[in-house]
Write a protein that binds this ligand. Structure first.
Ligand SMILES: Nc1ncnc2c1ncn2[C@@H]1O[C@H](COP(=O)(O)OP(=O)(O)OP(=O)(O)O)[C@@H](O)[C@H]1O
Ligand SMILES: [Mg+2]
Length: 410
């Protein structure tokens, strides 16, 4: 049965909303909108009222286009305050049945989730890393298999309760109820990575405004997730300090004249920059702007590489035949692909939300990959929940609940 879903990504610099109709086969976009965010620092809501305004504006844009009023939303959450914990679940399959069903899979996840957590922390999401059926590893989907024991390696994503509560409050103040939380790197990956890349081995790096998130896929599953609290805003900040510019001018300069690779500049033109507080404009070389951008991006990427290496994962072509996929607003920086190839020594491509599924043209920008990926995951999980209800012998009331997601036609 069809349902209407709304996905929302409250990023450090912008809030993006997508409204889509989910059928068994596809997600059809009905409306989308993006608005500048304030009151969010490194992905964390620090001023509920300001964050709420960005949410409201992006929602209104999407609702107007879709001609729908949204009541409930799927929201993404991630960044450096979200930690990954590896866990393992085990359950016994009832002898009289002897085959794995959706209920077993749900129980396995519950079993993996029962781990001790630090005070004030909560599990916001999970990802299955590997299923093990009667000791045999590498099972993609155990449903319907004969088994007496089902195990699973599961990644749990844990965050501090107050940080997530503030996001929930901002959403509720904007008159929507968050029903599903999807961890951002998984959402990104679902939007931009191909099945082949996930199977072969790939690193997805999302360089946003406040955070740079990385997720590793091998053998079809996420294996490792990490994040560093520096991204495009750090680049802007360095330009502000290095060139003594107001923030807005530094941002504009970065977007118009920025280049990630000094050696990639073809014509080293003179660029006029405005002084702070009415001071005389000055002239700087484009290559000088680039030196500042390159140094910061190199530092960020080296930090990501260090996190990956520290976890015993080697960054080489054998482990990652599909190389690196870059996403997030900062990947709009000219020549960034060549910089990342030079630093991480793997082939690089830019990933956009339209890489896997057809979407409207205006949505195929780095603004929408997370909201889109969250919707893709949520729609799969809702299908799964329906099967689960059937396995539990219940009428699939789930869809009735979903119907309330849309209050009324505008
Ligand atoms: N043309 C461009 N060149 C360089 N950087 C750009 C360009 N356009 C946007 N950016 C940068 O992209 C960043 C925003 O990216 P994105 O929308 O992915 O971040 P976000 O989701 O709001 O933040 P985060 O994910 O870190 O919470 C900003 O720092 C902005 O300066
Ligand atoms: Mg983001």
């Amino acid at each position: 049965m069809d349902e209407i879903l709304a996905g929302i990504d409250v990023g450090t610099s912008k809030t993006a909303v997508i409204i889509a109709e989910s059928t068994n086969e596809s997600l059809n976009v009905q409306g989308f909108g993006v608005s500048q965010t304030s009151g969010v620092v490194r992905g964390i809501v620090t001023n509920i009222e300001k964050a709420e305004r960005g949410i409201f504006r992006a929602l209104s844009m999407a609702e107007k286009q879709a001609q729908l009023k949204v009541k409930q939303v799927v929201v993404s959450f991630g960044g450096s305050q979200t930690k990954m914990i590896k866990s393992h679940g085990v359950i016994t399959i009832p002898k009289e049945r002897g085959t794995v069903n959706y209920n077993d899979r749900a129980k396995l996840i519950e079993s993996a989730k029962s781990v001790p957590l630090p005070q004030d922390a909560q599990i916001i999401d999970y990802a299955i890393n590997d299923f093990i059926v009667d000791g045999a590893r590498g099972i993609d989907d155990p449903i319907g298999m004969s088994a007496s024991k089902l195990e699973g390696d599961v990644l749990l994503f844990v965050t501090q309760t107050p940080t997530i509560s503030n996001l929930m409050k901002a959403l509720e103040n904007a008159n929507v109820i968050p029903t599903d939380i999807i961890v951002s790197p998984l959402a990104s990956a679902n939007a931009v990575l191909t099945d082949e890349e996930k199977e072969l081995g790939v690193i997805l790096i999302d360089i946003g405004a406040g955070n740079t998130d990385a997720v590793i896929y091998q053998r079809n599953h996420p294996q490792f997730v990490t994040s560093v609290p520096y991204a495009g805003e750090s680049v802007t900040h360095d330009l502000m300090v290095g060139l003594k510019l107001p923030k807005q001018s530094a941002e504009e300069l970065k977007q118009k004249q920025g280049c990630a690779l000094k050696d990639g500049i073809v014509e080293d033109i003179d660029v006029k920059i405005m002084g702070i507080g009415g001071r005389e404009p000055r002239i700087v070389k484009k290559s000088f702007i680039s030196v500042i951008i390159e140094a910061r991006l190199e530092e960020i990427l080296s930090m990501v590489a260090e996190q990956i290496n520290k976890n015993g994962i080697e960054l080489n072509g054998e482990s990652f035949p599909a190389g690196i996929v870059l996403t997030g607003g900062t990947t709009l920086t000219s020549q960034i692909v060549f910089l990342v190839e030079r630093i991480l020594k793997l082939p690089v491509r830019i990933g956009l939300p339209g890489d896997r599924n057809p979407i409207p043209d205006g949505m195929n920008t780095p603004d929408y990959h997370i909201a889109w990926g969250s919707l893709l995951i949520a729609s799969q999980r809702h299908n799964f929940n329906e099967m689960l209800e059937l396995d539990r012998g219940k009428f699939p009331v789930f869809w009735n609940r979903i119907k309330n997601w849309v209050l009324k036609k505008l």
